[in-house]
Design a protein around this ligand. Structure first.
Ligand SMILES: NC(=O)c1ccc[n+]([C@@H]2O[C@H](COP(=O)([O-])OP(=O)(O)OC[C@H]3O[C@@H](n4cnc5c(N)ncnc54)[C@H](O)[C@@H]3O)[C@@H](O)[C@H]2O)c1
Length: 349
């Protein structure tokens, strides 16, 4: 399979959790490729997440909104962009339940703007010299019972407003691919965790509340099951898909490590206790069960054999090792937690 060698990659949402982990790796690993990120710096985007690469000669940050068609068109007009890796999104399910407006605006209309910009910019060039990589979630497939896994053929059945907006974006990408011949790939990934994740998400929330000795909320009885993927493993998978993935294909990315929420929270609290030299299991007393999220999906699990067979990828981090690395990072970066918390409560800049 020919390896795709992008000249200039437009990465959307690069100041967020996964986008910043992706850029830190890619900017360093591919010094001859230019990386431009466009990010609106919503409550979830922190430019400090990119501090390590801000000075790199092959990196540029652009503060703009992906729904701003003129700003996006300007980028395509002035930069030799031949790949788009699209992370930018409203990403928190609970917020989408409170109000879906920004989710539809960014996740659906923002994706449409990028697809149209890429389509026009790449109209005269050969299909194999460009690539639109859309980053999506396994939540588009709905929820599983105790058995079974999602495959690339599983019909879409999103259940939360967030998942519905991501499903809509996936459909737009496929439609542009079929109707306009846009060279696109889609990846649908399970729950990520690791450094730089916003403290409103489960794992950093548990760590920061345990540090402060505050109650740790767990939805329902904590029986939901998720497949947790360490973000570095996700980045490794995304790099392979961009460079060697087949146009028109969907790839499912997961760690194959299903854990009940309550077991995850207990393991995480035990890891915090161990790293802070607290008595073993002492933080478990902080667990507080709260009313379940409406429509809370019971279980997600993915068949990732395509990633393994075609791109030689499997997740390298077992959950225990990934949690240890994650807890160490948050303990060493309490300033970052405070800054991200502050941004959560401030209006968008
Ligand atoms: N985190 C996960 O577990 C997970 C799992 C599967 C898929 N995904 C997908 O991966 C992508 C990244 O997720 P994340 O957890 O890093 O999200 P995040 O919320 O941490 O980051 C989102 C980034 O997008 C930016 N952004 C939001 N709206 C924008 C707009 N209109 N214009 C420009 N920038 C905008 C934000 O400022 C932020 O930097 C999303 O598309 C998400 O759906 C995430």
């Amino acid at each position: 399979m020919a390896v795709f060698r992008p000249e200039c990659v437009l990465v959307t949402g690069g100041a967020g959790f996964i986008g910043s982990n992706y850029l830190r790796h890619m900017v360093t690993a591919h010094p001859n490729t230019r990386f431009i990120t466009i990010d609106a710096l919503t409550y979830a985007g922190n430019r400090t997440n990119l501090a390590g690469i801000e000075g790199a000669s092959n990196f540029r940050f652009v503060h703009a909104d992906i729904t701003d068609a003129d700003a996006v068109a300007q980028l395509f007009a002035h930069e030799p962009i031949n790949a788009v890796v699209h992370f930018a999104a409203e990403s928190h399910v609970d917020r989408s339940i409170a109000s879906a407006r920004s989710f539809v605006h960014t996740n659906v209309e923002g994706t449409r703007v990028l697809l149209d910009a890429a389509r026009h910019a790449w109209a005269q060039v050969r299909r194999r010299t460009c690539r639109f990589h859309h980053i999506s979630t396994d939540e588009v497939f709905g929820a599983l019972g105790p058995e079974g896994v999602f495959t690339e053929e599983t019909p879409y059945a999103p259940r939360s407003p967030y998942a519905a907006s991501k499903a809509a974006a996936d459909h737009l990408v496929r439609a542009w691919s079929v109707t306009h011949g846009l060279p696109a790939v889609i990846t649908n990934t399970s729950n990520n965790y690791g450094p730089y994740q916003n403290p409103e998400k489960l794992i950093p929330l548990v760590i920061s509340r345990a540090l402060a000795g505050l109650p740790v909320p767990v939805y329902g009885k904590g029986e939901q099951v998720r497949d947790w993927l360490y973000v570095e493993d996700h980045v490794d998978a995304l790099e392979r898909v961009l460079l060697r993935g087949e146009i028109g294909r969907t790839y499912l990315i997961g760690a194959g490590q299903e854990v009940r929420n309550i077991d995850l929270v207990e393991q995480l609290l035990d890891t915090v206790d161990a790293q802070l030299d607290r008595p073993p299991q002492s933080s478990r007393r902080l667990i507080t069960f709260v009313t379940d999220r409406p429509g809370h999906d019971f279980r997600y699990a993915l068949d990732c054999s395509r990633m393994e067979e075609e791109l030689g990828w499997t997740a390298r981090h077992a959950i225990g090792g990934g949690l240890e690395k994650t807890v160490s990072w948050y303990l060493a970066n309490t300033d970052w937690i405070q800054y991200a918390h502050k941004k959560l409560t401030q209006p968008t800049t």
